[in-house]
Design a protein around this ligand. Structure first.
Ligand code: NAP
Ligand code: MG
Length: 403
């Protein structure tokens, strides 16, 4: 075998829980360590170690991501009451993803992996559609209330000097009803915009941003203005240099265009739109086990992971000594995403190429009909062979060696 691929800067490696922790180790043993002289700074985000370190390990791993720029993360348990008991935890630790996101100030982008035989429900989609959701404010931190008949509701802005601006919302003289007050802040909208522009540059894909500025003339219009301002000042030239486009469009128009499109772009959405449309896209593209996720910070740090969780049911089978047909693809793509980005940042084309070839190998193997059980259920291929986790990874390694 030829010499292993060398690395310069380490990847931040965030290990996780249950079945995905098993998958993680097997991916390393079968698909990475034989080919790459892996340099990683290892953080064990498995629940027992988060508990032992009072969750310090999660914060440390996020700080390390700031230092090195690229992290790969395994799925982790977000504890609930049952987990506190199961793992005898000192407390119900917060979601690691939430903690990491708060430290890196990022936006999450989700992209489906397309393979032959797993057909999107929308026939025209040939390339992935990446969705970026703003994860701050709007109705997610709104104040809302029932209002009785005869009441009035106003929006009151209190200025630093104590004077007030009062904007009438509604006079409920005919009927009682409901009212809501919501907000957002420029710093968050700007961060969101920058993360989207950074991702577009990195993926070399067009960026769409949609909102409802025709109806929401101040609120949604402000989002549109912030995006345009950040674009004109900081990204226009870079976009033109590599030949990609940014545009704003009304959300209704975006929906129509998305459905008619061939895919191959990033769709930036306000918080609620992103919540709803990301679930629609995941389903329409086929499978949660084929959905990748990357956290991009406005400063250009990248953290790659699979969108799915720790696949608990498979873990209990594994613990009983049974073979499982767990799908490792999204977790493999977390690693390849990390290698490709690391290779690009460190100017190591061989490392980038490694990431690309492993992805090619995965797509090739599934396209030839070798897949895990979850995919076999939805694949339209005629000759399908269901492999267990180890068999699938070995098949990918064999294919990689022929590329
Ligand atoms: P999940 O682990 O994504 O699994 C839900 C179901 O989807 C599985 O039971 C399995 O169906 C199927 N599935 C998901 N990924 C699969 C894969 N790679 N291969 C084959 N089948 C797959 O979600 P969950 O059961 O709601 O959550 C389990 C744990 O994961 C929780 O403790 C949660 O906190 C954590 N979680 C972590 C993250 C993260 O770290 N980003 C995200 C979500 C959830 P079948 O059982 O029918 O085969
Ligand atoms: Mg949702």
């Amino acid at each position: 075998m030829s010499e292993k691929i060398k690395m310069i800067t380490p990847l931040v490696e965030m290990d996780g829980d249950e079945m995905t922790r098993i998958v993680w180790q097997k991916i390393k043993d079968i698909l990475i360590l034989p080919y790459v002289d892996l340099k990683s700074e290892y953080y064990d985000l498995g629940l027992p170690n988060r508990d032992a370190t009072n969750d310090q390990v999660t914060r440390d791993s996020a700080e390390a991501t700031k230092k090195y720029g690229v992290a790969v993360k395994c799925a982790t348990i977000t504890p609930n009451a049952a987990r506190v008991e199961e793992y005898n935890l000192k407390q119900m630790w917060k979601s690691p993803n939430g903690t990491i996101r708060a430290i890196l100030d990022g936006t999450v982008f989700r992209a489906p992996i397309l393979v032959k035989g797993i057909e999107p429900y929308v026939k025209s989609w040939e390339k992935p559609i990446v969705i970026a959701r703003h994860a701050y404010g709007d109705i997610y931190s709104a104040v809302d209330t029932p209002v009785e008949k005869g009441c009035k509701a106003d929006l009151v802005i209190t200025k630093p000097d104590g004077t007030q601006e009062i904007l009438p919302i509604h006079d409920y003289k005919e009927s009682g009803g409901i009212a809501m007050g919501m907000h957002n802040v420029d710093s968050s909208i700007e961060s969101f915009a920058r993360a989207c522009f950074e991702y577009a540059l990195s993926a070399k894909m067009d960026l769409w941003f949609s909102a409802k500025d025709t109806i929401s003339k101040k609120y949604d219009h402000h989002f549109k203005d912030v995006f345009q301002e950040v674009y004109d000042k900081e990204y226009k030239e870079k976009f033109e240099e590599i030949g990609i486009e940014y545009f704003y469009t009304l959300v209704d128009d975006a929906i129509a265009r998305v459905i008619k499109s061939k895919g191959g772009f990033i769709w930036a959405c306000k918080n609620y739109d992103g919540d709803v449309f990301s679930d629609m896209l995941a389903t329409a593209f086929g499978s949660l086990a084929m959905m990748t996720s990357v956290l991009v910070s406005p400063k250009g740090y990248f953290e790659y992971e699979a969108a799915h969780g720790t696949v608990t049911r498979h873990y209990y089978k594994y613990l009983k000594g049974e073979k499982t047909s767990t799908n490792p693809i999204a977790t493999i793509f977390a690693w390849t995403g990390g290698f490709k980005k690391r290779g690009e940042m460190d100017n190591l084309p061989e490392l980038t190429r490694f990431g690309e070839k492993i992805e090619e190998a995965v797509i090739g193997v599934v396209g030839d009909g070798f897949m895990t059980g979850d995919l076999a259920l939805i694949s339209t291929l005629e000759n399908k062979q269901v492999l267990d986790l180890d068999e699938f990874l070995k098949k990918v390694a064999e294919r990689y060696e022929t590329l």
